[in-house]
Structure formats: structure tokens, C-alpha cells
Design a protein around this ligand. Structure first.
Ligand code: SAH
Ligand code: SF4
Length: 376
């Protein structure tokens, strides 16, 4: 088996080139060809010596994930479903706005955390994606969209690890992919524009702070352990107090001076005035001001699916909740739902696969109800 060069960050590629007897600057050239120019064919890499190109042909390949389907929303959102083998697929979503182009990337096929409100969680866990499978979602989207928009300019300015999977449960594959995103010879994204979203894998938050401190979003969803234990089962292992301590430690490394907390608004479950007040107390910590944490909240309208047994909070409730946090001085945004017409929200993918046999084999494996039955 030859090496898939999409698996490497620049340091990894330099080690690989060294094994071929090549200097580091050759690795830099190769890295730029792959990530900046989107090249897949070694013969196209005109400034690499012919001898190196020949060596690469026998020892390496550049193999991005293959798309199974693509859906374009009326609002410009694009969703791809990529085949990851064995009947599994992962989704990647491009969300354009006036100021930025954001790509939402998956880190695992399925997810082992099993959050109550998450369709990916209900599907169970299949496997970790490799670094190359994570990075190739960006490679594919960036170079496909550049061709379509007929531009040499960067199309994707922001990456959020908010697709399928828990990125911090696939740490060793995640970090090289993040490094390639940040590398000036790769995608040159600033640390502030790359966000890892986590359900709260405390030890890995600390490691990320040391190894690759990008922007952090923490999926909180509840202000107390009793409720969070039910919504995010990982809370039983890493309860809220430990998670908050990890957030405070992360702020010492973070590219931004705040942590974003995501909060999925579930009708009658976590959306009442007392929950808002408990959240305010959690981040302001009136009894121990040294534990105050600089936080922003992103309220996410729940994307319903039948097995969850949950419903979306109504708009007035969401606004009252946002108001309460804002009045307490916490910057709060309500996430706009984008790409609703193509089901572009987290984990809402199976209804889109063209090949029904693939869907059926995945459903049999994870006992999921077909999402075509979902009335959103
Ligand atoms: N596993 C990571 C990242 C992927 S999920 C995490 O949990 O943070 C990305 C975001 O989508 C999380 O904040 C998650 O809580 C949210 N999410 C999952 N299912 C959702 C749903 N059905 N409706 C709205 N948001 C959802
Ligand atoms: Fe996994 Fe995140 Fe979904 Fe929870 S919300 S099941 S951690 S993908």
C-alpha cells in the first residue's frame, strides 16, 4: 500500500520525503501543490524534479474521499455526502455568507457519545476517520468550489469541526488535519477561524490547548449535571465543574479570549427561565469570582428527528432565553438555520444518499429509522 499524502501535515510529509532521500523544501513544494493548487497528479507538479515525481508515483498517492451525493440549497449552502466504505457515509457542509465561507467537517463515521438530541449519536459509532479523510473534505470542497466560482482566491475562510462525530475522541487523526489547515503552505487559516466543537472530553481539551490551540466551542446544552447527564452521556464521566475548569485552562492558550458554548434549545427540557439563570450563575460564578469564565452562547434551534422524542423550542422562548443571557452581559447569538431545504443540520444525512442499498445496510447496522420519514 502506498501512502495517501492527504494524511500528512507538513512535518509528516517532510519525514516521508526524507525517507525518499529528499530535502524538506521538496516537501513544502509538494504540500503546496496538493493543498494550494489542488493537484492530484504528480506529473502536473512541474517544478518537482522528474526523478522525484517517478519516486512519488511508486510510493504515494493523493486520494480524497469520493462524494456519493451533493445537494445545493436555495440559500447557497452546499452539502456533500462522502463514501467512507462499508456502507458508511459522512457529511460536509459549505455555508456561505457575506463575510465568510464556512465549511462544517466530520471527524468520525457515527459517534460514540450518543447525545439524546443528535441524529448522529442515535446512529451509533462506526469508525474514526483518518487525517486524510478529515482533511480531504476541505481539499475537495475548496478546490471544487474554486473551479465552480472560477477563482484562484480562497473560498473557505473558516472551518468548524461540527459535522458528524466527536473530534476529541479522534484526537490523533484530528491534529495533523488541523495543522494542515493552519499551515501557510496549506490552507493558511488563522487559529481563530478554525473551531473544534466538543461535547466535553476534558483531558483532550487540555491536550488540544498544548498541541494546537484553535478556537474552542463546547456543547453544553444544560446548566446542571442532573440534566446534562441525560442529554450528553459523557457528562457522567466529565461533569460540568471539571468541564468548566478545562475551559478556564484552555483560555490560557486559546486564540480568542472567550469560549463559545453551544446550547441546543429543546422544548420544555432546557429552555426555561430557571435554566437561563442557572447558566448565568455557572459562567459568572457569583460565589467564587475567580471561577468566572468569559463565555459566548450560541443557541441552536433543535433539528428534530423522530427517535429523539424531543421538539424544538418555539421562537419566543428562544428569544426570551437569549434576552436573559444578554441582559446578564453574556454575548448570545441564535444560530440561523441554513440549508433547511436540504437538511444540512448536524447528522441529518441518510435521507440524501442516492444509493438506497447503502442506506439500508447502514440502517440495519445501526437500527436507525429512515430520515425520509422525518417531517422537518
Ligand atoms: N461532537 C461535537 C461536534 C459535532 S456536533 C459536539 O457535540 O460538539 C455539532 C453541534 O451540533 C453540537 O453543538 C451539537 O450539540 C449540535 N447538534 C447535534 N444534533 C443536533 C440537532 N438535532 N439539532 C441541533 N443541533 C444539534
Ligand atoms: Fe456525538 Fe456531538 Fe452528536 Fe453528541 S452532539 S452524539 S458528541 S456528534
Amino acid at each position: 500500500m502506498t501512502a495517501n499524502l492527504l494524511d500528512f501535515d507538513l512535518d509528516g510529509l517532510a519525514v516521508f520525503c526524507e525517507q525518499l532521500g529528499e530535502k524538506r523544501f521538496r516537501a513544502t513544494q509538494l504540500f503546496r501543490w496538493i493543498h494550494q493548487k489542488g493537484a492530484q497528479d504528480f506529473d502536473a507538479m512541474s517544478d518537482l524534479a522528474k526523478s522525484l515525481r517517478e519516486k512519488l508515483k511508486t510510493s504515494a498517492h493523493i486520494a480524497p474521499l469520493k462524494p456519493l451525493s451533493r445537494h445545493d440549497s436555495a440559500d447557497g449552502t452546499v452539502k456533500w455526502l462522502f463514501d467512507v466504505g462499508a456502507g458508511d457515509a459522512v457529511e460536509t457542509v459549505f455555508i456561505p455568507s457575506e463575510e465568510r465561507g464556512t465549511l462544517c467537517i466530520s471527524s468520525q463515521a457515527g459517534c460514540a457519545v450518543g447525545c439524546r438530541f443528535c441524529s448522529t449519536g442515535h446512529q451509533g459509532f462506526s469508525r474514526n476517520l483518518s487525517s486524510g479523510e478529515i482533511l480531504s473534505q476541505l481539499w475537495f470542497a475548496e478546490h471544487t468550489l474554486r473551479r465552480e466560482f472560477n477563482t484562484q482566491e480562497r473560498v473557505i475562510s473558516n472551518v468548524v469541526m461540527m459535522g458528524m462525530g466527536e473530534p476529541l475522541q479522534n484526537y490523533s487523526a484530528l491534529v495533523p488535519a488541523l495543522r494542515a489547515m493552519l499551515d501557510d503552505h496549506g490552507y493558511g487559516l488563522s487559529r481563530r477561524r478554525v473551531t473544534v466543537s466538543t461535547s466535553g472530553v476534558v483531558p483532550m481539551i487540555d491536550r488540544l490547548g498544548e498541541d494546537c490551540p484553535v478556537a474552542l466551542a463546547v456543547s453544553l446544552h444544560a446548566p446542571n449535571d442532573a440534566l446534562r447527564d441525560q442529554l450528553v452521556p459523557l457528562n457522567k464521566k466529565y461533569p460540568i465543574a471539571e468541564l468548566m475548569d478545562a475551559c478556564r485552562r484552555y483560555l490560557a492558550h486559546a486564540p480568542r479570549d472567550f469560549i463559545t458554548f453551544e446550547y441546543c434549545m429543546l422544548d420544555g427540557v432546557n429552555d426555561q427561565a430557571e435554566h437561563a439563570q442557572a447558566l448565568i450563575d455557572l459562567v459568572h460564578s457569583p460565589r467564587d469570582p475567580s471561577k468566572r469564565i468569559h463565555a459566548k452562547f450560541n443557541l441552536i434551534p433543535f433539528n428534530p428527528f423522530p427517535e429523539s422524542g424531543l421538539t424544538r423550542s418555539n421562537a419566543e422562548t428562544v428569544h426570551a432565553f437569549a434576552d436573559a443571557l444578554s441582559k446578564a452581559g453574556i454575548v448570545t447569538t441564535v444560530r440561523k438555520t441554513r440549508g433547511d431545504d436540504i437538511d444540512a443540520a448536524c447528522g441529518q444525512l441518510a435521507g440524501d444518499v442516492k444509493d438506497r442499498t447503502q442506506v439500508q445496510s447502514r440502517m440495519a447496522k445501526h437500527k436507525v429509522i429512515p430520515l425520509t420519514q422525518v417531517s422537518v
